[in-house]
Design a protein. Structure first.
Length: 302
């Protein structure tokens, strides 16, 4: 049988496969200097059904952990099973192949910030911070944080991205103080607030809320999101005295003069206690748009 000539499509596919797997010596995304270690199995990015299943499981786990912590605080006892919120986040980040840094934010060592880094190709560039907080009334932001961490795990970005689950209202301030002590700089901050995208509300879109100083970042995030997701998106430029704005984790960064944007599915003054059922399908549909925003703010792929 005659052999196929050089340049046959089979050869091209082999060459493409070789390109995708080279170089084999890329630096790992974790560091031995950090606490914890990556999962021993390789992590595969989630798509479709797997993404929705993971989001649903994370929302339920975070909600149970937050509810348990609230009950324990009221009754003055040590939380029992399910594990605390920071334990849920730590396990999920380790399973996603990320080393973690845990930082206590109170003297009793009962609440912790949990951080996972995705190291950028330019270690000297200011980093991007993506943060969320888990509340008993809303675990959607924390679940979305984990979904984004997993979704960009294989991306080679210019800037380092810090994914942080903040512990309570003071978690973001403690985190920023630690960055100042380390001499680390920040290019921008995204605060993931309520993102359950429940269909029961009259308006259902993703809002990028920023101050005058961060208006350009909010608009760039909105445009990038629109190009990658079917979920509608808008941007709002609001002063800090507007109800709900100062209570978000991005407010601490704004007070330091850093560009910071809150990402939510409703205006800040409507982000109170929610009894809506999260729409996991719509949350999953928002993930590609938020991934595109992270890639853009992190300096793009390299």
């Amino acid at each position: 049988m005659a052999q196929p000539p050089h340049g046959f499509p089979e050869d091209e596919r082999v060459d493409e496969a070789a390109d995708e797997s080279f170089p084999a010596s890329d630096a790992p995304s974790w560091s031995a200097m950090h606490a914890g270690g990556p999962s021993p199995r390789p992590f595969a990015p989630e798509h479709g059904r797997e993404l929705r299943a993971a989001l649903r499981a994370d929302v339920e786990r975070f909600a149970r952990a937050a509810h348990n912590a609230t009950e324990a605080a009221v009754e003055g006892r040590v939380p029992a099973a399910p594990p605390p919120v920071h334990e849920v986040a730590s396990r999920a980040m380790l399973d996603a192949g990320r080393a973690i840094v845990r930082e206590p934010v109170d003297e009793e060592l009962s609440t912790w910030n949990v951080e996972a880094e995705q190291l950028g190709m330019d270690p000297g560039a200011p980093s991007l911070v993506v943060g969320a907080r888990c509340l008993e009334s809303d675990a959607s932001g924390a679940a979305m944080l984990l979904a984004l961490l997993r979704a960009v795990s294989s991306a080679r970005l210019r800037r380092t991205v810090r994914f942080v689950l903040f512990a309570g209202a003071t978690g973001s301030a403690h985190f920023l103080e630690r960055l100042d002590a380390e001499g680390a700089s920040v290019c921008a901050m995204l605060s993931l607030a309520r993102l359950d995208l429940a269909r029961s509300r009259r308006t259902n879109h993703v809002l990028f809320v920023g101050s005058v100083r961060s208006a350009s970042v909010a608009r760039a995030a909105r445009d990038t999101f629109r190009a990658s997701s079917r979920i509608p998106a808008r941007s709002l430029v609001l002063p800090s005295w507007v109800p709900g704005v100062a209570s978000s984790d991005h407010a601490v960064f704004l007070r330091r003069g850093l560009p910071a944007v809150m990402v939510a599915d409703a205006a800040p003054w409507r982000l109170g206690h929610s009894t809506d059922v999260p729409d996991v399908d719509r949350m999953a549909a928002a993930v590609p748009g938020l991934v595109a925003v992270i890639v853009r703010l992190a300096g793009g792929r390299v």
